[in-house]
Design a protein around this ligand. Sequence first.
Ligand code: SF4
Ligand code: SF4
Length: 438
Amino acid sequence: MEVKQFFGGIHIPHYKSFTEHKEIKKASLPEEIIIPLLQHTGAPNEPLVKVGDKVKAGQKIGATDKFVSAPVHASLSGTVTAIEPRPFVTGQMIDSIVIAVDKEQDELKLADNDLEKVTKEDIINAVKEAGIVGMGGAAFPTAVKLSPPPDKKVDTLIVNGCECEPYLTCDHRIMLEKAKELLQGVKLLMKMLGVEQAFICIEDNKDDAIEAVRQENDDPGIVLLRMPTKYPQGSEKHLVKAALDREIPSGGLPFDVGCIIQNVGTCVAIYEAVKFNKPLIERVVAVTGQNIKDPQNLLVKIGTPLRHLIEECGGIVAEPAKVVVGGPMTGRAQENLDVPVVKGTTGVVVLPPDMALEDMEYSDCVRCCKCVEHCPMLLYPNQISIYCEAGMIEEAEFWNTMDCIECGICAYVCPSKRPITQLVQRTKPLIIQMRNKR
Ligand code: SF4
Ligand code: SF4
């Protein structure tokens, strides 16, 4: 099936060879885990435990009754040593439950539910209870995403296996090593949403993954789409356009055009939650980059400090180095390696400092318009950056800052290294505040 191309975007070096051929390996257990009570988009959880409590792996330790939220679980058994603000990947301090990990760990007790018999309600309840969030990095609560308003008719599920960000390989490895579980997750989602068609979208630089999923697929309603490799092919707006030739309107969401999008890792987590009642307590993380000794795809317990993963991969081989959580285009540079892996952590990329976009020295706009040529949302990033930098919120809104998908292309191509994405991230909440006051 032919897929639609989009305007703008860029072909960038993938740098995936560090880990794309490496099998997922279980990371060793850290001595301490840090479980932030807010690691999703939405309301923070309240702790369900207190300092001194013994907790079991898989035990729910934080929850709230707010709709847009996802509970958190202990990823390992141990003793709660603190409930206090700890550094988070965004640079903020977030209330977290700190657990001293037991040296001996019991096997997680898993159910074995009959997937033929599960109902739509069973599926959504399992997703909610497991605390599943979008694992492609967005960390939006999945149960909320799967509950569109009643007036929105959803006819298609789109599964995002593009993983277009450089360096990252966790989704690629999941498709290769867990194709069966992925397809089970897709079928459960189709049943829950009541849709008869699903597209699994994979970029054409991962033909081995396309083949692995094709071999396991026995459902004619599930179609594999081979997408051109171009950044940011995995963005929701561009996936919907490519797969269905539908345009998500400005300020809209995929369900406005009849679809729901889920990342491949999220589909596997959904399968595990429904089949085994398994909470989201671990995920695959690509620990990679030029400056790490032994890059790996690791299966990591949520809450493991970055420092532990870097040591596990042989340590940093050349200083200075910049540690970025996520990919170099959309990720965040980290000062503090005690920051934990959370549900949305796709990768830990250790780079020479001149290869990370964040925190570079920058200068004034020279009006070259390269950013305009490449912006996949057809925006004027040059104008946006000037108004965001000057704190001119109304003007930033006028230039459609809210439509920016924060792909980082403008900063990547900008000869002045202007931190346009960071300026946008800082300005969006101010635009929302301004709109709420109107
Ligand atoms: S970060 Fe925003 S403004 Fe910049 S290229 Fe991407 S969508 Fe356009
Ligand atoms: S690429 Fe940079 S210097 Fe060129 S117009 Fe855009 S913001 Fe200005």
